[in-house]
Design a protein around this ligand. Sequence first.
Ligand code: NAD
Length: 277
Amino acid sequence: MTRIDDFEGKTALITGAADGIGAALAEALTRAGAHVLASDIDVEKLKETSARIGCDWALCDVSDEGAVAELVDRAWSEIGPIDLVCANAGVIVPGSILDVSREDIDFIFGVNVWGIVNICRPYIRKLRETDRGGYALLTGSEHSLSNPAYLRGAPLHLYNMTKHAVLSIGESLRAEFGSEGLGVSVLCPGPVESGLSVNSEAHRPLRYGAQGEIDFSKVDPDAISGLGTLYMSAARAAEIALHGVRVEAFVIPTHAFEKEDVDARYAETVAGFALLE
Ligand SMILES: NC(=O)c1ccc[n+]([C@@H]2O[C@H](COP(=O)([O-])OP(=O)(O)OC[C@H]3O[C@@H](n4cnc5c(N)ncnc54)[C@H](O)[C@@H]3O)[C@@H](O)[C@H]2O)c1
């Protein structure tokens, strides 16, 4: 038996749950009989989404450590010990390392990296205090596994860095807390229909200045022309994610083509080791 082989009667806390993949996770888990607390920084959309799904909601900015600690406490007291945390909130900031500002870096690392650390810390402490096991599903990206070839011309340097960090956080959590009963998966979606770019800009605090545009001008036109056909619905991505949790897959990709870039990176790594022979 795996840690969570059935979501019926389980409790789940989800960040970035007002829209996209997080909302789809909230919906799929609620349908499967879980008690869900959906949280997000976008209060209007969060209220709408939660009302549609029929789950509880709580406003929370994942980059605010104190607010996230309060969210975990609130979840514990309102819906009970949390079986599954989906650390899903994320933003995208386009740009090359040469062009991005210090503010760009602070913004994206605050949400994509600190946002994950901020929720995992109080969650693991609660599990320890209550002597329970639990599960953390971290939303990374195909950018956690490689620098995807079809997007390489569009510099997404910061996004790549933060999503690699998510994979690394997942590995570290599993290594340190797996023996205490923490299950960990890293969801690594390819292209999923969502409002990621628009929402990222909308929730960029004013102190970080304006957000740049993604520059597709250097992307291989053949690669970009096929992009539309690659998009998957958020509902399908959530379904794949929850299957991955049920079977305790550590890495949960959503698109088979992601493997080509992973294979290419592996081949390059092996070639490096061959120099030692
Ligand atoms: N859409 C894709 O193609 C894709 C691919 C790979 C990975 N992802 C990842 O999936 C996750 C969900 O993104 P999505 O594509 O569903 O986009 P989305 O914008 O629809 O969902 C992200 C949610 O996070 C919320 N959010 C943003 N900043 C927040 C903050 N500081 N605190 C709390 N909530 C905040 C947004 O309001 C939004 O509801 C992200 O981590 C993203 O990086 C998306």
